[in-house]
Write a protein that binds this ligand. Structure first.
Ligand SMILES: [Zn+2]
Length: 409
């Protein structure tokens, strides 16, 4: 087997960050009628480059197989739409955008963000790889081009549309296999005095919060501010400011400009870099302990499920998020230990979780089955979900979160 190479610097990837074994793509829910068919499993073996420190998953599943008919519509999440509106308001003020400005969003989804720019009278256009999602954006009157961004498509787009004063790339930077070509595409879209903002889950938060269930095949790069700077610099861009956000378990929003027109980096850039250095993220050695932390988390969950099985206690799940599939597959959980899960999304009800084949039911099933324990899979929403599940206390159910530490409450 050939050694995979770093997608940033080309160095051979010989150091493991964490190896979660084999897993199907986390959004590949199995329809009931396909229950007798096989499923493809791919490695979830994350490496860290000893040369540039980029934490990354080799491209085991092609992006074209995942994103071209992506079922996720951002507008389903009201909190995400509000996040986008707040962002547009901030960017308008900060960059003094007006009727003569031009905003381009990459991975613009169904127009959840650009609709706010359009409402403010700013010319806007989106680039979105999933045709069905792009169609939803067009229906809202948002000029949307179906494409994967790279240097070539970025140049073509700039030729037909003009260069942008603001380019936005939220939660897409970590999801592209060829991150350098993508960054060059971003640069090509941008005017020479333009601004680029990107939002990425912060590797520092992933490690501190043991959020290993945010590792999945579509998530190719796990970025620190340091490695983000390296990728952007390879495309002629410089980070001038950064904000720390609470979204997606802890994210960074970087503000960048073409190197030739960029201001000096802000104090906040220095602060985030200092926090990363303090946590060991600027050395190879600092990345080595994560495998042990993940193994400890798995041992605790498996031990709990085995205990329940031994004493005859029943366990059901709550939620069917993609992250739950990384966790359950890594822990080897099957229906003997987790009989079913429930989800409010009717599209998922009646389906089976990929790999583990745990059935997904409507939430009413909890009331009927009255399990002794309920494992909350979107554990980052534990407070909100515990409130929704208050009625299960009636039959003495206890709630369980698997991470960052197993907790029964
Ligand atoms: Zn590298």
């Amino acid at each position: 087997m050939s050694t995979p190479q770093c997608r940033l610097c080309g160095h051979e990837l010989t150091v493991t960050f964490v190896d979660l074994g084999m897993s199907p793509p986390c959004e590949s829910y199995v329809a009931g009628e396909a229950a007798d068919a096989g499923e493809m499993f791919y490695p979830l073996h994350v490496r860290v480059c000893e040369e540039c420190l980029l934490v990354q998953l080799p491209t085991y599943v092609a992006a074209e197989d995942i994103f071209t008919d992506y079922a996720y519509f951002s507008s389903y999440s009201t909190s995400w739409v509000q996040h986008a509106k707040d962002y547009v308001d901030l960017a308008r003020k900060r960059l003094s955008l007006d009727g003569s400005s031009f905003i381009v969003e990459v991975a613009s989804n169904d127009g959840y963000l650009l609709q706010h720019a359009v409402a403010a009278g700013i010319r806007s256009a989106g680039i979105e790889p999933a045709a069905n999602v792009a169609e939803a954006a067009r229906a809202k009157g948002i000029d949307t081009t179906v494409a994967f961004l790279g240097e070539r498509t970025g140049r073509e787009f700039a030729t037909t549309h003009g260069q942008a004063d603001l380019v936005v790339a939220n939660n897409v930077f970590a999801h592209v296999p060829d991150i350098v070509d993508f960054a060059k595409g971003l640069r090509a879209l941008l005017a020479d005095d333009g601004t680029l903002t990107i939002e990425i889950p912060h590797l520092l938060r992933l490690i501190e919060g043991r959020e290993y269930d945010t590792i999945y095949h579509e998530h190719f790069s796990y970025l620190s501010l340091l490695t983000t700077q390296c990728v952007l610099e390879a495309a002629g861009l410089r980070v001038v400011d950064v904000e720390e956000l609470t979204t997606h378990g802890g994210s960074l929003r970087t503000w960048s400009m073409p190197i030739e027109s960029a201001d000096a980096p802000s104090e906040r850039v220095a602060e985030v870099l200092a926090a990363e250095a303090e946590a060991g993220l600027h050395t190879l050695e600092g990345h080595i302990g994560f495998s042990e932390a993940v193994a400890a988390a798995r041992n605790d969950l498996v031990e709990f499920l085995v205990e329940c099985s031994r004493k005859g206690a029943t366990v059901a799940g709550y939620g069917a998020p993609g992250k739950g599939n990384t966790l359950l597959n890594h822990c080897g959980v099957r229906t003997d230990q987790l009989r079913f899960t429930v989800d409010r999304n009717p599209m998922k009800q009646g389906m089976l979780l990929p790999g583990t084949r745990i059935p997904i039911h409507a939430p009413e099933r909890l009331e009927q089955e009255r399990p002794d324990y309920i494992l909350i899979l979107p554990w980052n929403l534990r407070t909100e979900i515990a409130e929704q599940l208050a009625y299960t206390r009636e039959w003495g159910a206890q709630l369980v979160v698997p991470l960052p530490h197993l907790e029964i409450f």
